[in-house]
Ligand binder design. Structure first.
Ligand code: SAM
Ligand code: SF4
Length: 325
């Protein structure tokens, strides 16, 4: 079992499969892109599978594939198929921008993926373009429809409300949750990535909740408190929403997650300033047993929490797309 010095049990692993992306969300990546990782430095599917077997032997049960945009990694369903067969892995999900999802949803479902989060920051194609620098709003909608058709459950929609950009759409997203049955998750804008960030740009969860309660009061629902989102349903029972209040109400005390970047670095926090080079260990003949020992040691040293809004905060060197959100 992976346990840290604060008693937190770690059973949830996020794996970034690529640092590349087909969108340029201004808060995540500059318009010209970033310097991509060298292909030879990207974990192969075999290496990811080997790592997941090691993590599973240490008690990890849940995997989430992310990126960059995970669907720009060719044949992703083949990785899912491999991971789904690993004893102990109970749940494989993915966070995607949805652009390529229409062509992949069924294949991913058939390979064993069941949970999907699609990021969508606006229902207005013009604002979608303003945020992502690409005119591909309709592709995302088609991707969500394909995920529904393939029977993914749950389907969650991630929105990052940003002051003055899309914060006027909070009610529209609330109504969308009610109309579709998808859980809409409001993620607070965090100081990570290549875009400018100030606290004034963050729409606090308290404000989002207040706005949504114009539709109907929100009632907290029972959920796994080790997961980042606080979940609520509208009082009439229709429509589920979640809040990830990383900035205004950090939930680090109950964190159960660790991460692997596409270039094989192990991170115990999204905001870690240190990482462990697993790629090197995988390629230099280190045994699985030794890697497991190293991982257990690093997890023990997991940070108490991020330091956003504190003087000691240090912005990670990597952007969100290079870590895996
Ligand atoms: N490309 C995929 C996507 O956009 O869903 C997966 C990777 S992306 C980095 C994962 C999630 O992180 C997305 O929902 C995105 O909106 C969110 N994200 C990126 N930068 C963020 C930031 N600075 N603050 C809050 N959320 C952010
Ligand atoms: Fe790409 Fe996701 Fe970053 Fe947007 S948030 S640029 S879709 S990695």
């Amino acid at each position: 079992m992976l346990r840290d010095a604060f008693g937190r049990i770690i059973d949830n692993l996020r794996i970034s499969v690529t640092d590349r992306c087909n969108l340029r969300c201004f808060y995540c990546m500059p318009e010209e892109g970033l310097e991509w990782f060298d292909k030879s430095k990207i974990l192969t599917f075999e290496e990811i599978e080997r790592l997941v077997r090691i993590f599973a032997s240490l008690g990890v049960k849940k995997i989430r594939l992310t990126g960059g945009e995970p669907l720009v990694r060719k044949d992703l369903e083949k990785l899912v198929e491999r991971l789904a067969k690993i004893p102990g892995i109970k749940d494989i999900g993915m966070t995607t921008n949805g652009i390529l999802l229409a062509g992949y949803a069924q294949k991913l479902f058939d390979a064993g993926m069941r949970r999907i989060n699609v990021s969508l920051d606006s229902f207005d194609p013009k604002v979608f373009f303003e945020i992502t620098k690409r005119n591909q709003f309709q592709e995302v909608i088609k991707g969500i429809e394909a995920a529904e058709k393939a029977c993914f459950s749950p389907i969650k929609i991630n929105i990052v409300p940003i002051r003055g950009i899309n914060d006027n759409e909070i009610l529209a997203f609330g109504h969308f949750a009610r109309k579709t049955g998808f859980e809409v998750r409001f993620i607070e804008f965090m100081p990570i990535g290549t875009g400018e960030w100030t606290l004034n740009d963050v729409v606090p969860t308290s404000e989002i909740k207040e706005k949504l309660s114009e539709i109907a009061p929100l009632v907290s629902i029972e959920h796994d408190t080790r997961l980042p989102a606080d979940e609520f349903v509208f009082a009439d029972g229709i429509g589920k929403v979640g809040f990830i209040a990383s900035v205004t109400e950090p939930f680090c005390g109950s964190c159960n997650r660790v991460r692997i970047t596409a270039d094989g670095k192990f991170r115990t926090c999204l905001f870690s300033v240190v990482e462990t080079d697993l790629l090197e260990l995988l390629r230099n003949g280190t045994t699985d047993k030794k890697i497991a020992e190293i991982l257990a040691g690093k997890v023990w040293e997991k940070e108490a929490g991020h330091l956003i809004n504190q003087d000691a905060f240090v912005k990670p060197m990597r952007s969100m797309s290079q870590i895996g959100g």
